[in-house]
Design a protein around this ligand. Sequence first.
Ligand code: FES
Ligand code: FES
Length: 178
Amino acid sequence: MARISVTVDGIRYADDVPPRTLLVYYLRDLGKVGTVVGCDTSNCGACTVLMTDPDGRARAVKSCNVLAVQADGREVTTVEGLSTADGGLHPVQRAFHENHALQCGFCTPGMVMTAVDLLADNPNPTEDEVRGGLEGNLCRCTGYQNIVRAVLAAAAERREAEAEAPAIGMPVSEEVPA
Ligand code: FES
Ligand code: FES
């Protein structure tokens, strides 16, 4: 057994695990069954989660391709940890919903997590860049058109929100001296 300490969706867990335990099975044992196992051989991307790298940057990883012991000391975010503080959908989740970017839904958790990482790296991707960024995630329902549309919609929504936000340091209203 190996002792690990991992923060998952904001909660810290300390557990003894067999050294060969894959991260995806550790997460599912924690009850994070939104993270699914599609192939178990790092091909399909259904098990994708975000895990911080040594610099603290959250990166998409295929959790069937990571040992639980490799997550020791890291922060992991699953699709269940994406929702906003008030329980609302993350903008990428909402875009998937609004663009009908799922059919059976099996690939969806991994697609969403990869898309979140992609947009963190490249907030203004082209369609080709979205397709390239998602190439490690397979949709057996072949729903790629709407998935790509959803990612582009999430990027556009974020740009619009940023454009509407007041610049830092700018007064919201100016007081007129008496
Ligand atoms: Fe991990 Fe398919 S289950 S890539
Ligand atoms: Fe069925 Fe993608 S929606 S696998």
